[in-house]
Design a protein around this ligand. Sequence first.
Ligand code: SAM
Length: 217
Amino acid sequence: MTEKSDHPEPTGQADKQATDGKVVLNFGCGDTKMEDAINVDHIKLPNVDMVFDFEKFPYPFESNSVDEIHMYFVLEHLFDHLNVIKELHRILKRRGMLYIRVPHGSGMYGQWGEFTHYRGYGWHSFDIFKADNKRAYYTDVRFKIKSRVKYFLTYPYDWYQYNTWVPHWEKYWFSPLIKLWVNFIQSLIDLNPEFFERFWCYYVGGAAEVYVELEKV
Ligand SMILES: C[S@@+](CC[C@H](N)C(=O)[O-])C[C@H]1O[C@@H](n2cnc3c(N)ncnc32)[C@H](O)[C@@H]1O
C-alpha cells in the first residue's frame, strides 16, 4: 500500500545525479518519472527516488548545488509557497533553472478541481521575485522570469522539456478541431495575457495554467 510519510527524515539518493553532470530534480513527481532526474514526493510511489515534505525546511540539498528543478502542479498544494520558493532558490546554482506549472486562477476545472489545492495563480503572480517589481521588497529572493498563460492543460505540449499531461482526447475524430480552437485562443492570449485575464478569460472558460521559467540571479 502507498502511504504518506510522517516526514521524519528524507529518504533516497540525494546525490544520484551528481556523478552524471547536471543535478535535475522533479519535485512533486507523483506517478510521473523523469528518467534523468531525482524524482521526489512526500508519498512513496514506486517511481519516487526520495521522500520528504516540501513544507519542512531545509531540504536535504546543499546551497547552490542544483542545476534544474521541475515542479509541475505542486505549488498550489503547498500552504507556505513563499518559503518554498525561497528554499528552491537556496539550493539552485546561480543561473540554475526552476520550471513551474500551476493552475491559472480563472480555471474552475484546474484550480478548484482538486481537494488539496490552496490557490490558483495569475500571469503576474511570480513578479515579486523580479528585482524591478514594486513589491520586490516582500522577499530578497531574485529570479529572471518568463511567464505564460496557457489556455489548455494538455495542448500544445511542446512548451515543456517534460510533458506530464498527455491529451486523452487525441484519439477522437474531433481532436483537430480542438487543436484549431486552442491554437486560436492561445495566440490571442499571447498577444496580451493581462488583457485576457482582466477582460475576456471567462468568455472562453478560463485558462488552465500558468507556466513559469525562473532563472536564479
Ligand atoms: C497534482 S500532483 C502532480 C504530479 C506530477 N508533477 C505531474 O505533473 O503529473 C501533485 C504532487 O505533489 C505532491 N505533494 C503535495 N504536497 C506535497 C508536500 N508537502 N511535499 C512533497 N510533495 C507534495 C503530491 O503527493 C502529488 O504527487
